[in-house]
Design a binder for this molecule. Sequence first.
Ligand code: FES
Ligand SMILES: [Fe+2]
Length: 342
Amino acid sequence: MYLLENWYVAALSVELDTKPLSRQILGEHVALFRSESGRVVAFADQCPHRGYPLSLGSVVGEELVCGYHGFTFDCGGVCVAIPGQDRIPGRANVRSYPVVEQGIWVWIWMGHGEADYGALPATPWLVANDEWSTVSGVAKISASFDLLVDNLLDLSHETYLHGGSIGTPEVATTPIEVEVDDETNAVRVFRHMNAVECPPFYSRTTGLQGKVDRWQDIDYSPPGFYLLHARIAPVAQPPLPDGRDDHAFHMKIFYGLTPSTETSVYDFWALARDFCLGEDEIDRFLEKMQRGVVQEDVDALNILQSRADDRREVSEVSVKIDRGGLAARRVLASMREAATRR
Ligand code: FES
Ligand SMILES: [Fe+2]
């Protein structure tokens, strides 16, 4: 079941222009585009007239013209013209979803109630600024949203699935701390690895060699937003008591988890770093590495889903490393239960 009354990442900002993009989000077909003035718009991808996908229409100025018989809609979804007649039935309007373009991501509110703008995740790192450089991408996975949550909340898999890039032995063996914020539903998982091997992902970009302190602090805001605070620093140099941490390298690793159907999910990813700012070569390296990492997850989740589809029951044995994933499952279950009561 989908948690409708929430914000989800719908697209990378760079994906949208005046040629509409069709994307299935929470089971609904959505047409995303920019008007000629650059405004981002999301419509139900179904013309009220005969159901033709509006994503196959054309943007003309601030309007979208259906590609079948020419019904024309303004950016709010109001039908403003029908060829051959002046009268426009009220039911000719199309559903327009609230959208917010925030830096490199475009967010969509899929709920039927008022959009809760206060609940939009804050992503200042992903908005153009002088302190962080970003790279980003998106992958579609043929697996359920829940399998992706499990994957992201238990990073011990890095050691085995991502051995050549970000996985080192200590990721799997270092104990984690898990916290759930009952107010906000945030699930936090802390893994502080001290005096450990620096994986290629970080040694190549930070220049640190040999042992480092490597911290991974996950902050998951269910259902759709995940932020991993990664800190790489020379050994035994923690942040100062006032919070300053200038001797460390920081990377924020973002995932927008957007269910497409019950068995497919969009994995929007982004990396923001506070070092090697604006260096193209580092951008290209990180983008290539992260694409590879994401593809390894995609391949693993695709096969897990296909095996799950073969079985009637999935049996599992949970162990210590699963505490973050289990906490997220509990939070999601209670959000789903609350949603069914509404
Ligand atoms: S289906 Fe869109 S105008 Fe006819
Ligand atoms: Fe992974």
